[in-house]
Design a binder for this molecule. Structure first.
Ligand code: NIG
Ligand code: FE
Length: 398
């Protein structure tokens, strides 16, 4: 049996237990066995090996629930174009944007995709992250999409981190299918989903529902295929315009709808009814110079859980710090520090369908912890470019 006590820490449990002032947490065989006020630590645990955390703040290890971590090439040239006033949508229509990354990604094999992604993964791990969602979506052919997901699975073998994979073939229409998006959905997005699923590579299915990408009807066909395979869905929704994408996602019981700058009241109501998480991506909002914010007040009022993610990708969000994403969510979207932390813990776990296993510190869940050199949650959130991580503890092990 592998057990130990972490004590002399403030514990932001993210569960109904709330903040525990002078706390103790018992980890046993990778799971949380007990947590509470140090004075209440049961006698049976007092003889265990003990780690004194000197009054630091303990939170659940962080979760990045939306990334495009696997990609090749750079989009620095596009950055310059956008500075000159060319919009993201215009660049995409001219064949740049996502397609530029597709060309670069198709040219790489699994090994080089892994090598390129490792530094980005290490940056996230350095922010106290223990669970990361990684999407395909820069291959846009069956073999190239599968190569991306193989690379994602490989990352989890190389680092002490868990990775969930998402099939995002419905990210853009590649040139060989120009003008034939429905054929692409059938022949690549759906046929490839079956092939990738048969290889055990798919944990969830995503799409980009937008006037520069796929229509709600096309996404619905993909989601029908996902549902038939028993796979959960999520959607890039209402990023650049309102397509009714969030309501569509909610009608499939989607785990999350992501971006949401153009979300309307109907979408909010449908998301609330289906328990779909609103995943906010402030890095894309910032990079694209958006001015319209997601409807935070209405989401709160409707009780829709709000998650925050990096969206780490080479175009719209070249952001590889979840701590900075939290800061941006607070500064740009006016989330409170507590909401920002919930967004990368409890609600991010919900967005990945893993709420029973992680995201809060509760008995029975994984002992995946982050210990911070700060006294309170607001200190984690208000600084930019500072990293107060003291230690990541995974499965109760330092
Ligand atoms: O989440 N919105 C679509 N997909 C990505 C952008 C990908 C890219 O620009 O390469 C996003 O922002
Ligand atoms: Fe994205």
């Amino acid at each position: 049996m592998d057990a130990r006590v972490f004590q002399n820490c403030r514990i932001a449990s993210q569960s109904p237990q709330g903040l525990i002032g002078n706390g103790a947490l018992v980890a046993e065989n990778g799971r949380i066995r007990w947590l509470g006020a140090a004075v209440d630590l049961p006698d049976e645990f007092r003889a265990l090996p003990t780690r004194d955390l000197d009054g630091r703040l303990m939170t659940p290890a962080l979760i990045d629930c939306h990334t495009h971590l696997i990609h090749a090439g750079s989009r620095a040239a596009e950055f310059l174009l956008r500075q000159q006033g060319v919009s993201y949508a215009e660049i995409a229509r001219q064949g740049g944007g996502i397609m530029a990354t597709v060309t670069a990604t198709r040219a790489e094999d699994v090994e080089s995709l892994v090598a390129a992604a490792l530094p980005r993964l290490d940056a996230l791990i350095g922010d106290g992250v223990a669970l990361i969602e990684v999407k395909s979506g820069y291959g846009l052919s069956i073999p190239a999409e599968i190569a991306m997901l193989r690379a994602a699975r490989r990352l989890a073998e190389l680092r002490p981190v868990r990775i969930t994979t998402t099939w995002l073939a419905a990210h853009a229409v590649p040139p060989e299918y120009a003008g034939r998006p429905d054929a692409y959905i059938s022949e690549v997005a759906i046929a490839g989903l079956h092939a990738a699923h048969a290889r055990g590579l798919v944990d969830a299915v995503d799409g980009f529902c937008e006037n520069i990408a796929f229509s709600p009807a096309q996404i619905a066909r993909l989601f029908d295929a996902a549902t038939a395979l028993g796979l959960p869905v999520k959607l890039h929704a209402e990023q650049l315009s309102n397509q009714g994408a969030s309501a569509l996602a909610a009608s499939y019981g989607a785990l999350s709808a992501d971006h949401l700058e153009y979300l309307d009241d109907r979408g909010i109501a449908e998301m609330a009814a289906s328990g779909t998480v609103a995943t906010l991506l402030p890095g894309a909002f910032y990079t694209l110079g958006e001015t319209r914010r997601p409807p935070i007040t209405a989401l709160r009022a409707a009780g829709v859980p709000i998650a925050i993610a990096t969206d780490a990708n080479p175009g719209s969000a070249p952001l590889y710090s979840l701590l900075l994403a939290m800061n941006m969510a607070a500064t740009l979207f006016h989330l409170t520090p507590d909401e920002a932390l919930l967004g990368v813990t409890r609600n991010a776990a919900l967005a990945l369908g893993q709420a029973a296993d992680c995201g809060t510190l509760e008995v029975g869940k994984r002992a995946d912890l982050a210990v911070w050199d700060v006294a309170e949650v607001a200190e984690l959130v208000y600084r930019m470019g500072a990293n107060p991580l003291f230690q990541r503890i995974i499965g109760g092990r330092e």
